[in-house]
Design a protein. Sequence first.
Length: 254
Amino acid sequence: MNYGVESFHPDPENVRRIRDAGDSILTEVTDNVWAQRYIAGNSIRVSYDLDLVKRFASKNTLIVDVGSIPPLLVTALHREGYEVEGLDLEPERLTSAIAKLGITIRQCNVETDKLPYDDNSIDLMVLNEVFEHMRIDLISTFTEIRRVMKPGGVILMSTPNGLALLSIYRMLRHRIIGPSLHFEYEKLTRVGHMGHVREYSVNEVLEFLNKMGFEVQEVVWRAKYAARWANLCLKIFPKLRPFVSFVITKPLSD
């Protein structure tokens, strides 16, 4: 396992592609404040995921993006000729944008539904900031994910770092662990999906994936903060970066 890789900046060209996708979506979501704020605040973060997808995917294999609304990643990949589709709890939130962009987003609750794919059929799956939102049964969900992945197939999963600098500061200063419980659960009715249930440490995620029978090939510490002092800390302690990506494979012998 390549453990401790750092990613300081996404590829500028991929940032441009994600921002172009965001601009196209925004023309169709003038009344959706949540989608507007998500696109404005997360384009750089999604650009890291586009970097990773393009490292591991080819254009003749199926890519599935889980939790794909707003469809920044799906749109950018579709425009570059990749075979890609999304899964989302409520794709009808952006029906007009999906139709205009010509992309495919299937309705699926990955916590309760059987994934709409055959056994051993998916080459690459993306879970971009999904893990921390799951609140029902992680074991059941990842058993289903393992079912549909091809042996040797790649899962690219990003999640907040539960032991990031800001998380530690929040715990020491305010005696709280993670975001506001009320605010995160309120998202179920306000935006149509659960907020953060919990933010996990890297070791917790690694242990879980290992017990589920996956192999983690790479751990990538990503992103930085706005404050200069915080980024100075990150130069000394890179594992306090706010986000982490995991490159995961299903064993060939599965």
